[in-house]
Structures are given as C-alpha cells and as structure tokens.
Design a protein around this ligand. Structure first.
Ligand code: ADP
Ligand code: MG
Length: 239
C-alpha cells in the first residue's frame, strides 16, 4: 500500500519479488521474543537500519533474500537475528551435531567479526557458535567443532570444506544458509568452493545472499543458489 511505498522511498530502497512482507520500522514489530529484544536494546540500538527494516520481516517469513547494501549498513544483524529465531523454531534442536545455521564469509577477518556478532546475540538462547578459517590451526578448529556439536558455524569456504573432509562437522542439519559479501568471494576466487558447499546443502533450505555490489557474475550465482528470492537493495548499488 501507499505507506509501504513511502517507507521504501524514504529509505531509497528497491524491492522485487512476489508477496513480499512489509517493512517494519521498529524492533517491536519484528516478532522477536523478549530475550532478543532486550539484548538488542542493551547494545544501544534504537531502531533497525534500512536493510534490517525490510530484510528481517522477509527472512522471518521464510523467504530467500538477495540483499544489496553498502558496507556499514547493518547486514550482519539482518541475517543473524532471523537465523536465531529459525534455529529456536527447530523441533529437533537437540539431535545431531552439525550446524543448523551456516554462514560463508570471504576472509578470516570477516568470519571473526560475524562470529563475535553472532555470539553476542546467541548467548541468551544458549546456542553454540564456532568459526573456522584459514591461517589458524586445523587441529584446534577440529577440537572446537567435535565435542557435542554446534548450532551456528561461520567460516571461509576452503576451511569449511577441509573441516567436512576431516569429519569435524557436516552440513546435514543446515537449513539456514548465508553467503555474506558475495562479491568479495568472487574477487578472492572462492566461487568453485561456494558452489560446492551450496550443492551439498539440502535444497529446501532458506538462503540469504548479501553483497555490497552486484555485478553480473554475482547475480548469476545468486539466482542459482536461491529460490524465488526477494531482492532488496538500498541506494543505487547494483541497479
Ligand atoms: P555491514 O555488514 O552492512 O557492512 P555491519 O553488520 O558490520 O554492516 O554493521 C555495521 C555496524 O553497525 C556494526 O558496528 C553494528 O554493530 C552496527 N549496527 C547494526 N545494526 C544496528 C542498529 N540497528 N543500530 C545501530 N547500530 C547497528
Ligand atoms: Mg557485512
């Protein structure tokens, strides 16, 4: 309706896809529980960022997302919050060892930033988070993954594949997949590894892909790994 159009116009937001959930202008309307709302407020966030206003309700409705917004726009929380709710909704939470939420990141630095962000919000649910990336001991990461399993795993593509080969973890339980900074994945030559991981995750998963820019090659990958995605972009990035 008109109000929705007005909100999107004010945020310089472009949305495409069928039956898209309405944007929410405040945290209270996301449908989060008290625990998550309290943590968000404790972190001093007073209102959702532009991408969060639209991506969170769409992700909470179970849809795939292609999200394009510049660096610093709050994309991490836009996928972490719905991922936490998705995991808490799983009936078989106690069974299995591999992650339910899997996040692919192009670099060690980004993987550890996402890990830190995920940990601070996952704490109140008692969910276990781990990160794996190159340039650190495979044995240490192996040990972190093995005992008792985890619910959320963040990693760079190559090291994630190594960990599966070593049987430190598996992707059988993954039903919520995030590809963060998809454009940089390409720049760093990780496309084959990213495709191989996506091919090994159940096709009925929910997939969210985020990128700061949206060149043709990223668009092609995005279309392949998502199904009936809602595309959300802020500003004139990747029009
Ligand atoms: P991006 O992935 O889009 O580059 P980040 O997710 O790294 O952006 O977020 C950038 C910064 O904004 C982080 O320090 C994060 O903690 C902060 N942030 C995220 N959401 C909000 C919010 N709703 N209000 C205030 N700060 C936020
Ligand atoms: Mg980011």
């Amino acid at each position: 309706d008109e109000r929705v159009k007005e909100i999107r116009r004010e945020l310089d937001m472009h949305v495409s896809g069928a039956d898209v959930a309405k944007p929410c202008i405040s945290f209270a309307h996301f449908g989060f529980d008290e625990a998550l709302l309290n943590i968000i407020i404790k972190h001093g966030y007073s209102e959702p960022t532009g991408i969060q206003k639209q991506a969170v309700p769409v992700a909470m409705s179970g849809r795939d997302i292609i999200g394009i917004a510049k660096t610093g726009s709050g994309k991490t929380a836009a996928f972490i919050w719905p991922m936490l709710i998705h995991i808490m909704d799983q009936e078989e939470l106690q069974k299995g060892e591999g992650p339910i939420g899997l996040i692919l990141a192009p670099t060690r630095e980004l993987a550890s930033q996402i890990y830190t962000e995920a940990k601070k919000f996952a704490k109140s649910y008692g969910l276990r988070v781990a990160a794996v990336y190159g340039g650190a001991s495979k044995m240490d990461q192996f040990k972190e993954l093995r005992p008792g399993g985890i619910e959320i795993l963040v990693g760079t593509p190559g090291r994630l594949i190594d960990m599966v080969k070593m049987k430190a973890t598996n992707f059988r339980r993954v039903s919520f997949l995030v590809l963060d900074e998809a454009d940089r994945m390409f720049d760093l030559g990780f496309e084959p590894q990213v495709r191989s991981i996506c091919d090994n995750i159940r096709p009925d998963r929910q997939t969210l892909l985020f990128s700061a820019t949206f060149p043709k090659k990223v668009e092609i990958l995005a279309r392949e790994v998502t199904s009936e995605p809602v595309r959300i972009s802020i500003g004139n990035v990747g029009q």
